[in-house]
Design a protein around this ligand. Structure first.
Ligand SMILES: [Fe+2]
Ligand SMILES: [Fe+2]
Length: 179
């Protein structure tokens, strides 16, 4: 079967460029953005909730980790907490750019988060629960990236960067479990 060749001329949509001169209140979002802005903002807010829950879980584990391997493991928890915090900032910033409201409401945080909070007291349970949470985050980000596709390249790039770091987190936690 022959591949279908796209013969459309490589020309910009001049009308869309003209429309971009209007609706200045929308800032970075031009009229041709597409009808999915609210859905993208919702996905980003659920991801933000997930990151915030992950920060809390890692902080709890950082401060309560004890035992023979605890100093190095606790340091890793703190590093992850700080990286989740940077993810949360990136997501919140993008929500605002899209004209949305970043939802930091603690009352609904655990309901909106994909990953769970955990207050285990033994090191192995901590590592295991963090690995589960990271794998859930990896799956959620991968699905979001697929759904967004070409609809919003900037949001997709942000999600791809976050996903790569969640995969690193999962990998590091698995190494700890094996030790
Ligand atoms: Fe994260
Ligand atoms: Fe992570």
């Amino acid at each position: 079967m022959n591949a279908v060749i796209d013969t459309k001329p490589m020309q910009l949509d001049e009308q869309a460029l003209e429309r971009a001169r209007t609706h200045l209140d929308d800032g970075a979002v031009t009229p041709s953005y597409g009808p999915w802005r609210e859905e993208v903002i919702k996905l980003l807010n659920d991801a933000l909730a997930t990151e915030l829950v992950c920060i809390l879980r890692y902080k709890r584990h950082y401060f309560t980790a004890h035992g023979i391997a605890s100093p190095s493991v606790a340091d890793e928890f703190l590093e992850h907490a700080n990286e989740e915090s940077a993810h949360a900032d990136k997501l919140a910033e993008r929500i605002v750019q899209l004209g949305g409201e970043p939802d930091f409401n603690p009352d609904s945080l655990t309901k909106r988060s994909h990953a769970d909070y955990n207050d285990a007291t033994d090191l192995k349970s901590m590592v295991r629960s963090n690995l589960v949470a990271e794998r859930v985050a990896v799956e959620a980000y991968r699905q979001m990236i697929q759904m967004i596709g070409d609809k919003d390249p900037t949001t997709r790039r942000i999600l791809e960067e976050v996903l790569a770091q969640e995969e690193e987190h999962a990998d590091e936690l698995l190494d700890m479990l094996k030790d």
